[in-house]
Design a protein around this ligand. Structure first.
Ligand code: SAH
Length: 448
């Protein structure tokens, strides 16, 4: 097979990023937008070392897993890889992915629990970061097209909040009125890179354009237009980013209007969230996930609990009243400040938070650890942290993960260090995307 060949395939599997996979003479062909069970005509668009990439040309027999796409941006935007699947099929695929990771990467005899569906499948995101660019001399804002940095101007995105369009238009209008140019990745010229919007269940909204250093003219006019577009705004900031790589947020935030943080209620507690702090993007599903963490932690009021990679302290603080003492560790200083403030505003006195790498938490922790909770980013836990946890021998370890592959890797390491994996429950936090979140319970010193 070579580039531009047209072949007929039956899709019999999926990749971790949600593309369908078919086989021809033992060689795999990855076909984005296809579904298991499709019989389809595919053009080979790229020959990789051990597989081919194909483009779906025509469905000969559509899979029963297909549904009519309901988003105006379907097919144009690279965001939602499961737009074309029924929700049942999407959940099944996510479950199979977790099962396969646990078995193939983890070598673990654990069957995952059913994937917990998201209470909301549409408009569930509480945060969006929209890239700003230029087309035909005019600023555009939207999403990236599949596997590219070309911006497609999309309105009515099915997973983000419908109100976000108005804020995006307001930023464009400001740029046109004041002659502020979008940042150009190639030349490094121009000012405006992204628009960050966070909109919490409390109704509070933050709008934060990400711009290069330098003077931005008429910022009062910018605020005026944004406020006209969104009455729920509590916070307008500028984030400054001069980097040439693809890190989106810079380290500095400047307040233009309102207060620096938003407030929300989660698990019955009040939280403040600074713009650079992590906050789970699907709030109702986040509460269900935390309920599973609470069940797995099984606290009785006496335990010493660690919440590692704690963000603004949400998991630990929601359990603090059932614990003897809580220690949280997080690397982003703003998030640690939020966590301390969140303990104070909820009258929680048995919690302490430290800023630093979770892998160094042995340096700040003293005493006997009973229950350890970890919630690392996609790359999983540092090997050093796994060693430390094994040495501290907590009775229970609750591992929250946003990547089943690194979860399976770490569970395998931990099972080699005297922990038994008891249960893994996947949660659909990100409907329509290929991402799947999991909560795993490990206990000390039991076999199987
Ligand atoms: N448990 C929190 C946050 C989870 S996201 C919640 O549910 O909201 C992962 C968090 O880990 C982020 O806040 C990120 O800033 C933090 N982080 C990333 N690398 C880290 C490290 N090496 N040590 C400690 N925290 C880290």
């Amino acid at each position: 097979m070579k580039k531009n060949d047209v072949v007929e395939l039956t899709i019999d599997g999926t990749t971790s990023d949600g593309a369908g996979v078919g086989h021809i003479g033992g060689a795999a062909v990855f076909v984005p937008g296809s579904a298991v069970g499709d019989r389809c005509e595919v053009r080979i668009v790229k020959v990789e070392r051990s597989f081919f990439r194909g483009k779906l040309l025509r469905l000969i027999i559509p899979s029963p897993d297909r549904r009519e796409e309901s988003c105006p941006a379907a097919g144009k935007c690279g965001g939602c890889v499961f737009q074309h699947l029924t929700y049942e099929a999407e959940l099944r695929q996510k479950w199979e992915r977790v099962r396969d990771c646990l078995a193939r990467i983890g070598g673990l005899p654990v069957t995952p629990e059913p994937v917990q569906p998201s209470p909301e499948v549409r408009h569930y995101r509480n945060k969006v970061i929209l890239p700003v660019g230029e087309r035909d001399g005019r600023p555009v804002i939207g999403f990236y097209a599949p596997r590219s940095h070309r911006i497609v101007d999309i309105r009515g995105c099915e997973i983000q909040n419908p109100g976000d369009d108005a804020l995006a238009r307001a930023l464009l209008r400001y740029m046109e009125e004041s002659g502020v140019r979008p940042y150009d990745e190639r030349s490094g010229k121009g000012m405006v890179r992204h628009l960050f919007i966070r909109r919490l269940r409390s109704g509070e909204v933050c709008a934060m354009p990400v711009v290069r250093s330098g003077r931005l003219p008429e910022t009062e006019r910018l605020c005026e237009l944004l406020l006209e577009a969104e009455p729920g705004l509590r916070s307008i900031l500028l984030n400054r980013n001069d980097r040439r790589d693809n890190v989106i947020l810079g380290e500095r935030c400047e307040l233009l209007w309102g207060r620096e943080y938003l407030e929300d209620t989660l698990c019955g507690l009040r939280f403040r969230v600074s713009p650079r702090s992590f906050y789970q993007i699907n709030t109702p599903q986040c509460e269900r996930l935390y309920a599973k963490v609470r069940e797995y932690a099984a606290l009785t009021g006496r335990e010493t609990v660690c919440d590692l990679y704690c963000g603004i302290g949400t998991i630990g603080l929601s359990l603090a009243h059932e614990a003897g003492r809580l220690v949280g560790v997080e690397v982003v200083p703003e998030a640690v400040r939020d966590a301390k403030e969140n303990a104070a505003r909820n009258g929680i006195k048995n919690a302490r938070f430290f800023c630093g790498g979770a892998e160094d938490f042995a340096e700040v922790f003293e005493g006997k650890l009973d229950v350890c909770i970890v919630d690392p980013p996609r790359k999983g836990c540092d090997g050093r942290l796994l060693d430390t946890i094994a040495r501290m021998e907590p009775e229970r370890l609750v591992y929250v993960s946003c990547d089943p592959a690194t979860l399976a890797r770490d569970l395998k390491i931990l099972s080699g260090k005297g922990f038994a994996v008891r249960e893994v429950t996947p949660f659909d936090m990100f409907p329509r995307s290929a991402h799947v979140e999991c909560v795993a319970l490990l206990v000390k010193g039991e076999n199987g």
